[in-house]
Design a protein around this ligand. Structure first.
Ligand code: MG
Length: 164
């Protein structure tokens, strides 16, 4: 590694409850599925984890500090707006986003048919190539709140560097 490069990682994690009534918005993609995430914004669990990972890698305030969930202007808001604002702040500080590695823990629906579309959409939002974004789906093996389909959780690591 070039010692002149400032290389950092950031970890983001989020979870949201599911309630009946579709569609399901995840990774910026609307899936035809009869449940949706519950939250103040559109509650896109993957975009929230990515937003926090990117902010954390640059030692910036987290999503809850930047976009409080008690502000009316954030109600029902498209989480792509949060992510765009976060990456703009990140770039303002001179950071370059190298890679995102993400996990979604969710019992249903099966995510593998949709992972490619999510990577493309997230790449568009962030202005990076989709092959720098890896998304993995995991079930809860039928156990606990994730296994019963009541909750979804997403975890993401961002790798950032700032040229010296
Ligand atoms: Mg959230």
């Amino acid at each position: 590694m070039d010692p002149m490069q400032d290389l950092r990682i950031g970890l983001g994690m989020d979870s949201h409850r599911l309630e009946s009534g579709g569609p399901l918005t995840i990774g910026g993609v609307k899936l035809d599925y009869p449940f949706h995430f519950v939250g103040h914004s559109d509650a896109d669990v993957l975009l929230h984890a990515i937003t926090d990972a990117i902010l954390s890698s640059a030692n910036l305030p987290d999503i809850g500090e930047l976009f409080p969930n008690n502000l009316p202007e954030n109600k029902g808001r498209d989480s792509a707006d949060f992510l765009k604002a976060a990456v703009a702040l990140f770039r303002d500080q001179g950071w370059v986003l190298v890679q995102l590695d993400c996990v979604i823990e969710m019992e249903r629906p099966k995510l593998s048919p949709h992972k490619g579309e999510m990577s493309i959409r997230i790449g568009e939002i962030l202005g990076i190539e989709p092959d720098r974004i890896r998304i993995k789906g995991k079930t809860g093996e039928g156990v606990g709140e994730i296994g019963r389909g009541e909750l979804a959780r997403s975890t993401c690591i961002a790798l950032a560097y700032r040229p010296g």
